[in-house]
Ligand binder design. Sequence first.
Ligand SMILES: CC(C)(COP(=O)(O)OP(=O)(O)OC[C@H]1O[C@@H](n2cnc3c(N)ncnc32)[C@H](O)[C@@H]1OP(=O)(O)O)[C@@H](O)C(=O)NCCC(=O)NCCS
Length: 247
Amino acid sequence: MSLGELKVFKLEGDSKVEKTLTMKWVQKEELDNLYDFMVRNYNMLENKETFLLQPKEEMFEPFQRAGKILGLYDEENNIVAQRYLVLLDKYNPELMDDIKLSSSERKDIIYLKSILVDRAYTGNKLQYRTLEIVKDILAKRGYYKYMSTISPFNTFSLNNALKGGLQIRGLVKKYPNEENVDGVWRYINYLDIRSSNKMANENIEVDRLDIDTQIELMSKGYIGKQLTEDRERIVYDRLPTEKKIVC
Ligand SMILES: CC(C)(COP(=O)(O)OP(=O)(O)OC[C@H]1O[C@@H](n2cnc3c(N)ncnc32)[C@H](O)[C@@H]1OP(=O)(O)O)[C@@H](O)C(=O)NCCC(=O)NCCS
């Protein structure tokens, strides 16, 4: 069933051609096809560290258990983008410990597992737009909280996530493998769309590759809220300290 349409531009040679994409939840029978799409596009990525390509079974195990994948389809019904969602407590619950999430916040969090957009369609803000769409759809079903992990090298993703309200709450090594036995650095992002917390506006800018300073700031309660315009630094801020009556 169609969830709606999106107007986009497709890069064809040197020109951009207007197209309409249809949004649908990906069905189980389409997973082989979707995996081919992932592999094709992964192979074209300059920085392979930005997207975690797991073996097929492992990739879709969380989908089978507790996931949904939003697919964007072109006019010939080919998948040209995917956004993968999983219930966090069924897939990556340790992320909540990584950012010391309070017990009252731990229920019903959606983990934004991955997003991938065909290179001919990047530049249409599909990462940001699909997040807004997902937020709307899932709020109607009672889901308001999101988490994701993002590489400090992935400026496209970082920019889109921060714009969508997914603030940086942690920076931790994740996903160890043979090449990176300790894992790779990942920001841990969190959003509660119902939260109306105002920040203190201290605005401390830190190079996004300066891991130590960022970890130290976060240990003091700072939260990463946006990228600078040149996309090199993260702006950290914190919630206002509570005013107390001192006698
Ligand atoms: C992250 C991603 C989904 C963002 O796609 P998007 O929503 O289309 O990105 P934006 O519209 O914000 O793109 C902003 C600019 O970056 C460019 N851009 C985006 N992705 C790009 C890529 N993979 N390679 C080169 N340039 C890219 C766009 O063309 C655009 O340039 P412009 O402003 O000159 O037009 C996409 O880059 C992607 O699929 N990356 C690979 C997988 C990945 O890293 N996923 C996230 C972690 S799971």
